[in-house]
Design a protein around this ligand. Structure first.
Ligand SMILES: [Zn+2]
Length: 396
């Protein structure tokens, strides 16, 4: 049976930059493997962020894995809970909970830091344990994660008004007033009370910069139809980041653990490739995700993003191609969303993709692979969830 590999460079696509002579980082990067593949591939664009939804990695990766975010996306918290393998009731509400630094928990408060100075897990752990103790008489249960990223389970919360509160992600409101979020919290007094209790404790704690918890991204527990049943493929995901692992676990896919993956430019590329190829000895589909280009986009660092894309080409795409060239396989290269360096955040532009079939290379693909050449082919998939079926069709 033919194998299929998705190589996903998070946030790889971008917009033209003056500093690169009007080129995007993908166009400016030296990518000999992508340039080799493009003319022999079907290239096009697909919309991974459905209209009206925020361009988050959670939404976009869910689309690429073949699921409709409108039907299945419940929030960031539930996906991270799935990554942890948390046992939840269907009527629970799961929040992502940051340890943050705010000046004060009042109408004049400002969000100073979404990460409490990138608090370490050993410093955060006792704080979360104490918060769990303080929450004992409430429906809230703080769950320790890593660094500043934790979860808050609200027992029986899915049917309450808390499920509909609009709370902004803390990384989106740096140095901004938090009054509108506090006004939302105040409409659900039980949560507001726990927030105050947590604030009183955290600001009196000298061990960290955390002064508050910040629950956001809440939703019902995630449940996805099984990937194996949906596509008839034994699938796996390889990633450094929780949300991709959570999507994979919720879809019943194997989550391949690799030592030394960081989500940054210094990640263990060879380890990821080895794990993916080893899985393909008995499995059918691997979703190999690399986070670094997105991080560089958020940093606003064009040179570093260019370098991240070059490393992706050299240390992910090239060895995967070399290993699969002689067998019957389809290699798909794409990204979940744009992270333009000029914007330093995600945008909802349809993403470029290429699909290369080892046994039936095409001769009419574009000379190189980038945002413009993919768009110029005119091939457009309006729903990101159709990309896997599209590639499978051209595999049959
Ligand atoms: Zn992303």
């Amino acid at each position: 049976m033919s194998k299929i590999v998705f190589l996903v460079a998070d946030g790889m696509a971008g917009w033209p930059l003056d500093s690169l002579g009007g080129r995007t980082t993908l166009q400016a990067a030296h990518t000999p493997t992508l340039d080799l593949l493009a003319p022999r591939s079907r290239c096009g664009c697909c919309r991974t962020v459905p209209q009206g939804m925020p361009p988050g990695s959670d939404v976009a990766n869910m689309s690429l894995l073949g699921y409709d975010p409108h039907a299945h996306h419940t929030g960031r918290g539930p996906i991270e809970a799935a990554a942890q393998g948390l046992q939840l009731d269907p009527d629970d509400l799961v929040w992502r909970m940051n340890l943050v630094n705010v000046t004060e928990l009042s109408g004049t408060g400002i969000m100073l830091d979404y990460s409490s100075g990138h608090i370490s897990t050993p410093v955060a752990a006792p704080l979360i344990a104490k918060l769990a103790e303080l929450a004992q008489e409430s429906p809230f249960q703080p769950i320790q994660g890593i660094q500043y990223r934790h979860l808050l389970v609200q027992r029986g919360g899915a049917a309450t008004d808390a499920a509909r509160l609009l709370i902004r992600p803390p990384h989106d409101i740096l140095d901004q007033a938090i009054a509108q979020d506090l006004a939302s919290f105040s409409t659900f007094p039980e949560l507001q009370a726990f927030l105050r209790t947590a604030h009183e404790f955290l600001r009196s704690e000298p061990t960290s910069q955390a002064t508050s918890i910040w629950p956001w991204g809440q939703g019902r527990p995630l449940s996805l139809p099984a990937f194996a049943e949906r596509f008839g493929l034994r699938g796996a995901v390889v990633s450094a980041v929780d949300l991709v692992k959570g999507l994979g676990r919720a879809a019943g896919m194997e989550v391949l653990e690799v030592e030394g993956v960081t989500g940054l430019i210094d990640t263990n590329y060879e380890g990821k490739v080895d794990a993916a190829l080893k899985f393909l000895e008995h499995g059918d589909f691997v979703y190999l995700h690399v986070e670094a280009p997105d991080e560089c986009g958020h940093m606003g660092d064009a040179e570093l993003k260019k370098r991240a894309i070059e490393l992706f080409d050299q240390r992910i795409v090239a060895p995967v191609l070399a290993a699969l060239e002689g067998s019957d396989a389809t290699i798909v290269v794409t990204c979940d969303h744009f992270t333009p360096v000029v914007r330093r955040t995600h945008t909802e532009d349809p993403v470029p993709f290429l699909s290369f079939r080892t046994r039936a290379p095409r001769t009419d693909g574009p000379a190189v692979f980038d945002e413009a050449t993919a768009q110029a082919t005119g091939l457009f998939l309006p729903e990101g969830r159709d990309l896997i079926p599209f590639c499978l069709e051209h595999t049959a």
